[in-house]
Design a protein around this ligand. Structure first.
Ligand code: ADP
Ligand code: MG
Length: 325
């Protein structure tokens, strides 16, 4: 479905000396620096899967998504999406995928979304009745009816993102590449966009490959994770497996400040008492905590995903320095 083999992307960046003289000089000289954004990446994704693509800033996520969507040519390696080579930009292929970038917009600023939708209809050659059905469905799912005729520049960021998603899905793509689709949105809007993406995956069996800085997106949407760092694949597997491996302990939380619990290993944390223990020790600790504080309000939590990922990136082997023997 999506097959990536030994994929590599090296950007060639002209070296510019500082200042005006430097600018002029770099017009003539040919000094370049190579930035290896993606290195020897291999993975496979099946139709209908939802996969989270995680990694620190600059890890190579956007570069990879652009190669999968056919916006960038790989330096080496092979990519196949739905049987096509994305970089060939075959119209039949482009009609089956979409790339949404939270930080870029395709809606035209001065026009109402409805007109951009119409332009997309023409561009993708979507037959009218099908277009109307899909649009009605997207309008209902995203609740954007009141926004359709307002100029895009008058919409809030969240409203704009919902219209972006509608524009990106009008042609009913089978593969969705989503690059930070919830960035900058308020929590309520993040939830709506998340539910929408899950719905599209369930209703149409669309494949979703998604990057996000919001761990809630990942936790809610993508049971499988690809983790990359410095252009290399570091993990490919279940989110639960990674959490189990990196953060097997549970947090037992008691509401209120209860000094009596410190003897049991609890520490105070923002008006709560918290203790981390192995899963098999949770029940015993709950019993002892209730004995010490009879009416305690207790909860048991898993380690937050942020913390899991933090540990993952702290633990990983540092890459050898460039040019090391
Ligand atoms: P991510 O999306 O994971 O933050 P990117 O794919 O945007 O990472 O970037 C990976 C690396 O490639 C970074 O070091 C970045 O600075 C570099 N890079 C990205 N785009 C370009 C470009 N157009 N020209 C040169 N370097 C780039
Ligand atoms: Mg990026």
């Amino acid at each position: 479905m999506i097959e990536v083999q030994h994929l590599t992307k090296t950007y060639r960046v002209p070296l510019k000396e500082p200042g005006f003289v430097g600018s002029v000089r770099s017009l003539f000289s040919r000094a370049y620096k190579d930035v290896e954004a993606v290195k020897d990446l291999s993975f496979t994704i099946q139709q209908g899967e939802r996969v989270g693509f995680l990694g620190p800033n600059g890890a190579g996520k956007t570069t990879t998504l652009k190669m999968l969507a056919g916006l960038l040519h790989p330096t080496s390696g092979a990519v196949k999406v739905l049987g096509a080579r994305p970089q060939d930009r075959d119209p039949a292929f482009l009609r089956q995928i979409t790339l949404v970038m939270g930080q870029k917009q395709q809606l035209l600023w001065d026009l109402p979304p409805r007109e951009t939708f119409e332009l997309n209809r023409a561009m993708y050659g979507i037959p009218r009745p099908e277009f109307k059905n899909t649009l009605d469905e997207l309008i209902a799912l995203l609740r954007i009816e009141p926004l359709l005729d307002k100029p895009v520049r008058n919409l809030s960021l969240g409203e704009r993102m919902k219209c972006e998603l509608a524009a990106a899905l009008l042609h009913r793509p089978r593969v969705l590449f989503l690059d930070e689709p919830t960035i900058g949105l308020d929590v309520e809007m993040q939830v709506q966009v998340r539910q929408f993406i899950a719905g599209i995956n369930q209703r149409f069996g669309a494949t979703v490959l998604l990057t996000s800085h919001y761990m809630q997106d990942i936790a809610a949407l993508t049971p499988r994770l690809l983790v990359i760092d410095e252009g290399r694949l570091r993990y490919d597997g279940a989110l639960t497996e990674l959490a189990r491996e990196m953060a097997p302990e549970r947090r037992v939380v008691v509401r209120g400040v209860e000094p009596a619990l410190t003897a049991l290993g609890f520490v105070e944390d923002g008006g709560k008492m918290v203790a981390s223990v192995a899963p098999e020790a949770v029940n015993a600790l709950l019993t002892r905590a209730l004995a010490a504080v009879p009416l305690a309000e207790l909860g048991v939590e898993e380690t937050p995903l942020e913390e899991v990922m933090g540990r993952y990136f702290r633990k990983r082997d540092p890459a050898p320095p460039e040019g090391a023997p």
